[in-house]
Write a protein that binds this ligand. Structure first.
Ligand SMILES: Nc1ncnc2c1ncn2[C@@H]1O[C@H](COP(=O)(O)OP(=O)(O)OP(=O)(O)O)[C@@H](O)[C@H]1O
Ligand SMILES: [Mg+2]
Length: 462
């Protein structure tokens, strides 16, 4: 029995009997009491007074007494429920929640409810997940074709979602690095832990109200009557929502992660999802990290972010698939192009086109890094940078070593604060990386982006 199932079970019971949902504070009280917290601690975490928690708790125990006929309180809630659960399991009173049909739409799979029964008011089982058949809508997602190992990143994501119950996750990184691909793989691996899964792309910059309508329509297919807010849906069932291509609602020519005019309410929405009590998870996929996310992150915090980097040695699979020659040279190629799957694909095609697959011939001239079609990817990143970021990229591209930003260049047009902000912003786009050397933090421009900036100095200066 985990705490989310307990809260959900109590909520369903109260909805069944009274038509009302538990309030967020009542959910926090049940969670806290289950985890053997005292009222002052619950009050602190919920950011309200202890007397308010006591008053709300008294109402909650009274309601449960009426509905269950049991004298429940903060001291006996957990033990009584666990006992009830053991009895229920012994009598094999399992309860089926959803029956689903699989429908294939455009190569994706979508599952719809065949027959829904209301949840039984018997206590939740200790391992309900095995029986979950989620309703899934991936019509907006790209197709998952091949997949090369991302074991460590997938374990991190699973740990955050399944064990730490992180409510808001941002996966950010360069275009083509594999953000959508890893999210699709993640869904494949954890889908049975959820009741509903939906993928929505923000490529067409929908207003938040449009997005919410779409989400409510999806959740509402099995939920009558409709619930007032998204958080209500996130509370009543375990939902996984993926919002892809988030960078489309951020401004170009500005520091990273600033919303377009009229889209600021997305920021509030993300914050609400991160800080409200519920059992669901929202995953954001973006080229840049939303600015306000930082304040929600950290250990024991509701939000986490993963900066997705290249594939490592596994990227050799790309070359195997393309039939390149000179296997002993492949790791050199992977290192130059940072294991970036989309870049490696393009370079492999170039090697086939120009050198009949000979990696040695391609690598013979080491005077500069070949970019070719990669420039298209890099153009779209450059277009988004603010003036100060372009200036800083220009400066970093002229340096051989990583830079200590506590000693900015004397001739810089930027103030210290502008320089630091620009570095922060470039890091939020994954274009600058921090290195720790002898206790000092040094910053370095991504080497491929550096080569690109060096080739396009004129465009950047204008
Ligand atoms: N782990 C992987 N195994 C195999 N191929 C991969 C992997 N990751 C990415 N790719 C391939 O690289 C290409 C880019 O991947 P993907 O679309 O997931 O990138 P992205 O980060 O979502 O890019 P964008 O931000 O532009 O949407 C795709 O063709 C995908 O199949
Ligand atoms: Mg993508």
């Amino acid at each position: 029995m985990n705490v989310e199932d307990v809260v959900q079970w109590v909520n369903n019971l109260i909805v069944d009997k009274t038509g009302e949902h538990l309030t967020p504070l009542q959910e926090a009280i049940l969670t806290g009491v289950w985890q053997r917290q005292k009222y002052p601690q619950i009050a602190k975490e919920f950011n309200c007074s202890e007397s308010h928690v006591k008053k709300e708790a008294a109402k909650l125990w009274e309601k449960l007494r009426e509905e269950l006929g049991e004298d429940l309180n903060k001291f006996n809630f957990r033990s009584k429920l666990e006992k009830k659960n053991r009895v229920s399991q012994n009598s094999k009173s399992g309860h089926c929640l959803l029956q689903v049909d699989n429908i294939n739409i455009g190569g994706q799979f979508i599952q719809t409810i065949k027959n829904t029964q209301t949840r039984s008011p018997s206590p939740p089982h200790s391992s309900p997940n095995k029986d979950r058949s989620p309703i899934i809508d991936l019509t907006d997602a790209p197709e998952l074709t091949s997949f090369y190992d991302r074991t460590s990143e997938l374990s991190t994501l699973k740990q955050w979602i399944l064990e730490e119950h992180t409510r808001l996750i941002t996966i950010y990184g360069l275009s083509g690095i594999g953000k959508s691909t890893i999210a699709l793989k993640l869904i494949e691996q954890i889908q049975t832990e959820f009741d509903r899964i939906i993928w929505l792309s923000l490529a067409n910059t929908p207003a938040l109200s449009t997005l919410e309508t779409e989400l409510k329509e999806f959740f509402g297919r099995s939920q009558q009557p409709q619930l007032p807010t998204m958080v209500d849906y996130f509370r009543t069932s375990r939902c996984l929502v993926i919002l892809d291509d988030l960078q489309n609602i951020f401004q170009s020519d500005r520091l990273a992660g600033q919303y377009l005019a009229g889209y600021e309410d997305y920021g509030k929405f993300f914050k609400q999802i991160a800080t409200s009590f519920h059992q669901s998870c929202l995953i954001l996929i973006s080229w840049e990290k939303p600015r306000e996310i930082k304040t929600l992150e950290g250990e024991n915090r509701p939000s986490r972010s993963l900066h997705l980097q290249g594939l490592g040695e596994q990227a050799a699979e790309v070359f195997k698939q393309q039939g390149l020659l000179d296997e002993e040279k492949w790791s050199e190629l992977i290192a130059i192009y940072q294991g970036h799957p989309a870049w490696l694909n393009l370079i492999a095609l170039t090697i086939l086109e120009l050198f009949d697959g000979s990696v040695s011939s391609f690598l013979e001239d080491k005077s500069d890094i070949y970019l070719g079609d990669l420039e298209l990817f890099l153009d779209s990143h450059l277009e988004r940078l603010s003036d100060s970021e372009k200036k800083v990229s220009h400066w970093l591209a002229s340096q051989d070593d990583a830079i200590d930003i506590s000693q900015p260049p004397a001739e810089s047009e930027l103030s210290r604060s502008q320089l630091w902000q620009a570095i922060q912003s470039l890091a939020r786009r994954g274009l600058v990386a921090k290195e720790s050397v002898g206790g000092r933090s040094l910053f370095r421009l991504n080497s491929i982006f550096k080569a690109y900036i060096q080739c396009n100095l004129q465009q950047i200066a204008s």
